[in-house]
Write a protein that binds this ligand. Sequence first.
Ligand code: EPU
Length: 335
Amino acid sequence: MKILHNTDLQPFNTFNINSIAAEIFVIESMDDFENNLKFPLKNIKIWGGGSNILLTQPQSDTILKIETKGKNILQENDNEAIVKVAAGENWHQFVLWSLENKLYGLENLSLIPGTVGACPIQNIGAYGVEVKSVIENVEAIDLETGKTLTFANQDCEFGYRDSIFKSKYKGKYLITSVIFKLSKKPNIKIGYGDVQKILAENGISNPTPSDVSNAIISIRQSKLPDPKEVGNAGSFFKNPIIPIDLFDNLKQKFDNIPSYPIDNESIKIPAGWIIEKCGWKGFRESNFGVHPNQALVLVNYGGASGKSIHHLAQKIQSDCYEKMGIKLEMEVNVW
Ligand code: EPU
């Protein structure tokens, strides 16, 4: 296990925020988890790809930076394969690996930043698929005792950008690997957003999973800023689920309000649309702001502090609440 002291976290977070970590333990193997950590582990923060974090202060807690690697097919038959993947693997590299191995179910989740170990925590989702649909088990270490546990899919209490690891068990476990069930038979899902349109534009009427992956990669690249060029953490807010009454009121003012049905009482509306209608799209203050093509993404144009971005997020929250009566919840972790 490598140990770093007084290290700038800037190269490790996609928002590109400077913030000094007092101590970083770099975990590179299962042996590091099992033999080099002393339990109970207290005052620690677990670091995956740094793609969903806004750093607003120096980090005094020990950072456990998970860099374990490994992708193994545990079992397979003619229809499916069970694959175990180490927490430190890069998510998108794993998606590409699955396609190369003709294992399907992940293609709609192409190009999502972050690591495999982080994917169950917020049940990553895009283009009509959530990762909960392919997760069999999650293996984790109890930070109190050091014991390894296996959570079955139904124990993870997955919801929209949510799981038990964000709620009841927040800070209690360290995810070491995720076990996926992938299909050998393609099950193409192109009903969401512009996927079908892009495929048609490219003359593809009978898409393969790789075609779907490529279409989604091109949509994401055109809509979302590349963190290597402009610091950001993807969607900064969750899409809010609001009561139908409030939706009906808003509809009188904006008849083309986009929405996704939930049930008879509630409806999900895109936070990006709300933020745009409240006038924030493309807002810029010195070196930070709201992305001009996607109002759901806050950006660091270079050298901004996490505190100033957090302050902007709070201003957007109170303004949207005042103008539309909708409370936006932050999706990004503020540390
Ligand atoms: N919209 C606007 N203005 C904007 C942005 C969006 O009016 O500035 C409208 C669009 O016109 C569209 C609707 O909002 O009608 C939805 O926009 P989009 O398809 O871009 O998706 P989203 O709801 O903004 C969600 C996820 C993304 C995921 C995409 C595609 C959340 C919080 N975000 O975004 O996830 O990639 O759908 O499935 O659920 C992430 O979590 O970091 C992330 C990028």
